[in-house]
Design a protein around this ligand. Structure first.
Ligand SMILES: Cc1ncc(C[n+]2csc(CCOP(=O)(O)OP(=O)(O)O)c2C)c(N)n1
Ligand SMILES: [Mg+2]
Length: 702
């Protein structure tokens, strides 16, 4: 046996509970230190400081079964200061949490192995730089952009209340869990943290506990340079229960504060935890230097000496620590899950329909007959606004899908997202089963809350004007990264709100959503395309969708004359064609420009030009079709193509090619009635036919 191995073997055999606690805490600390050093990048200081907190939560308090990390009634743990990811990787490893795949199958292997920790931040390691949902089992939500975790947790807490309200019955507490969130100064400074805390206070979410790492340090140094408010007063103002633990190493007091949280009713709990970043480091404790860089070999030796840890050991996990976690969270979680499974068995026989809903929801399936109420809109020249059609479809779907819920950031009357059917109701503190959420004017928190609802397996939507999607984008991006089936309903999709002017007229937003990986962006062109758009997105299980809908009425196309709207499911389709399906020019449009192109198409046909009009509500879906299908819609040899979209032309080259043209926006809009704007910016059939004719003429010449 080598000298090191020998030292380790005979070293620190814990006998008391307190010694076991300390050994476990120091194990989390040293794993974090070693992983960051090995990766030569990462954040050691906060894991060193917060190891006692995370240890207490996991091994003493939380109900979580490491054998089944997706057990629906588990307590949720959110690490909102995601840079401290080694805290989470350490406890997932030490608790022996098992992996689950995206079909919710339990795989049996470790969610995070010791080898993953050794390969912290390396390609394919299950210990990446920041917590990533969908990549590592046991991660409840992706965090890293500060503020997102705390805001998402509010959605999780709303979801728990909603689920409990709908499914719990006397003697059957099917959903009875809490949400624990660890956050730092960054999460407290970010606006989305404030928006969501305000909403949580309003809703009195007493199942929600945020623990704030009050270390007075961020990257640039002491927080006195930028962050000096009275945070306790702020949270009291939001209506939270505010507690303070003056020493992050005092696990007795931490446990006591968590106990007060459990006993507090009617408001969320905020625990201010005073800590020392880089705790135990003689040269770096309490400095920004401990935040985001390895300690260095020499300092690590000194730190380990301070902890009473073998100075040269790396990635050391004493058997006693694993056993201690197995006896703590392992056995508590297993017992709780077993009891719950027995409870569920009784529930299934007593309430089979509700039990079947829970089952479907957990697998992100839809109830049978979900599409039965979907409307079909008759042809109508005057037509219907996209937002109005959307309101009807949402109401139809929500009546058939009991766990579909959502709301708007104070624009429901404009977005037409209110669920109006009997029993839909508002979600408020005293009516947690409502289906209409009122997010207030808080777009960013709304999107994060929608993520939290979706992470809890509800089907959730959020709405605002398309232009204000910018205020929600960071959370929508996380939806895409997490592969969540969220739905964002954005109305006033272009210049339809004319007189509101350029502040309210989206230009570059479509291009930005099309550029977002994994997200499905749809801009339907008439009322029946709205129906088909929803039919498509409601069946998505692992992708978010953004709908851009018109404010103004759009003609409802005659589907006897033109192709059926079911083509939406292929992203783009031939709506109207040249005789013999032999076009010499193709007009391509989405949304409100579709009917404009249909008019232009008819004019071109009348003028003897073989025109085809393609409806292209979604690039994303179209790009998933076979090459054959794509070529059948846009035949490669027809190079005279005109795309028309009231938005930035950015990216349309890919469909119109180098010899085609796109009619779109190159500037911001303007304040004027829509008709005048259409004339000013060239969104009129005459302009489209003129461009198309010029293309055809130059093609015929060459
Ligand atoms: C939205 C966002 N902005 C900036 C960053 C970069 N960043 C990562 S950690 C950090 C400082 C965070 O300070 P704090 O939350 O107090 O964490 P501590 O250093 O105390 O662990 C910053 C600015 C980020 N991750 N997310
Ligand atoms: Mg800090």
């Amino acid at each position: 046996m080598t000298a090191i191995a020998d030292t380790i073997k005979n070293w620190r055999q814990p006998t008391t509970q307190a010694e076991l606690d300390q050994l476990s805490i120091d194990c989390i600390r040293t794993l974090s230190i070693d992983a960051v050093q090995q990766a030569n990048s990462g954040h050691p200081g906060t894991p060193m400081a917060l190891a006692p907190l995370v240890y207490t939560l996991w091994n003493r308090v939380m109900c979580f079964d490491p054998q089944d990390p997706i057990w629906p009634n588990r307590d949720r743990f959110v690490l909102s200061n995601g840079h401290a990811s080694m805290l989470l990787w350490s406890v997932l490893h030490l608790s022996g949490t098992r992996a689950v795949n995206s079909d919710y199958e339990r795989l049996g292997q470790a969610a995070v192995s010791l080898d993953d920790l050794r390969r912290f931040r390396q390609l394919d390691s299950k210990a990446p730089g920041h917590p990533e949902y969908h990549w590592v089992s046991g991660v409840e939500t992706t965090t890293g952009p500060l503020g997102q975790g705390v805001a998402t947790s509010v959605g999780m807490a709303i979801a728990q209340k909603w689920l409990a309200n709908r499914y719990n019955r006397p003697d059957f507490e099917i959903f009875a869990y809490d949400i624990y969130v660890v956050c730092g100064d960054g999460c407290m400074m970010e606006g989305v943290g404030s928006e969501s805390a305000s909403l949580a206070g309003h809703l009195g979410l007493d199942n929600l506990c945020w623990i704030y790492d009050n270390n007075h340090i961020t990257i640039e140094g002491n927080t006195r340079i930028a962050f000096t408010e009275d945070i306790a007063a702020r949270f009291l103002g939001y209506g939270w229960n505010v507690l303070r633990v003056g020493d992050a190493n005092d696990i007795g007091r931490i446990e006591h504060a968590l106990d007060i949280f459990h006993r507090s009713k009617g408001r969320p709990t905020f625990i201010i935890l005073d800590s020392h970043i880089g705790y135990g480091s003689p040269h770096k404790q309490d400095t920004a230097a401990a935040h985001g860089e390895p300690l260095g070999e020499e300092e690590i030796r000194l730190v380990k000496r301070a902890y009473g840890w073998p100075e040269t050991a790396k990635f050391l996990v004493p058997d006693a620590v694993r056993e201690h976690f197995a006896a703590g969270i392992g056995s508590r979680g297993a017992r709780a899950r077993r009891r719950w499974s027995e409870l569920l068995a009784g529930y299934q026989s007593k309430y089979p329909e509700l039990a079947s809903e829970i089952d479907k929801m957990q697998r992100r399936e839809l109830p049978s007959g979900w599409s039965s109420r979907l409307p079909v809109f008759p042809a109508d020249r005057k037509g219907m606004a996209g937002r109005d059609a959307s309101g009807k479809v949402l109401n139809a779907l929500a009546q058939n899908i009991p766990w579909l819920l959502g709301g708007s950031a104070d624009l429901a009357p404009s977005n037409k997202t209110t669920l109006t059917f009997e029993g839909a109701g508002d979600l408020q503190a005293d009516t947690p089963g409502g289906r209409n959420l009122h997010f207030g004017v808080r777009e960013h928190a709304m999107a994060a809350v929608v993520n939290g609802l979706a992470l809890s397996k509800l089907r959730a939507f959020g709405a605002t004007f398309f232009i204000f999607s910018d205020y929600a984008r960071p959370a929508i991006r996380l939806s895409a990264l997490m592969e969540l089936p969220t739905i964002f309903v954005f109305t006033h999709d272009a210049m339809g709100d004319g007189e509101d002017g350029p502040t309210h007229q989206p230009v570059e937003q479509i291009a930005a959503f099309r550029a977002m990986p994994g997200l499905v962006f749809l801009r339907p062109g008439d009322a029946n395309e709205v129906v088909e758009a929803y039919r498509y997105i409601i069946q998505l299980r692992h992708q978010p969708a953004v709908l851009a809908l018109s404010r103004q009425p759009l003609p409802t196309l005659d589907r006897g004359k033109y192709a059926p709207a079911s083509g939406v499911a292929r992203g783009a389709y031939v709506l109207g064609d040249a005789p013999g399906a032999n076009p010499e020019v193709i007009l391509i449009a989405s949304g409100s420009e579709l009917s404009l192109c249909v008019d232009a198409h008819e004019e071109l046909l009348a003028a003897g030009i073989r025109s085809r009009v393609v409806s292209m509500p979604s690039w994303d879906i179209f790009e998933r079709q076979t090459k054959d299908y794509q070529d059948s819609v846009l035949p490669p040899d027809v190079t005279a193509r005109v795309a028309v979209e009231q938005a930035s032309t950015f990216g349309w080259e890919r469909y119109v090619g180098s010899s085609g043209r796109s009619i779109g926006m190159k500037t911001f809009g303007a304040s004027a009635p829509l008709k005048e704007l259409q004339r000013k910016f060239g969104f009129e059939p005459g302009r489209v036919t003129q461009v198309a004719k010029a293309l055809v003429a130059s093609g015929r010449r060459s």
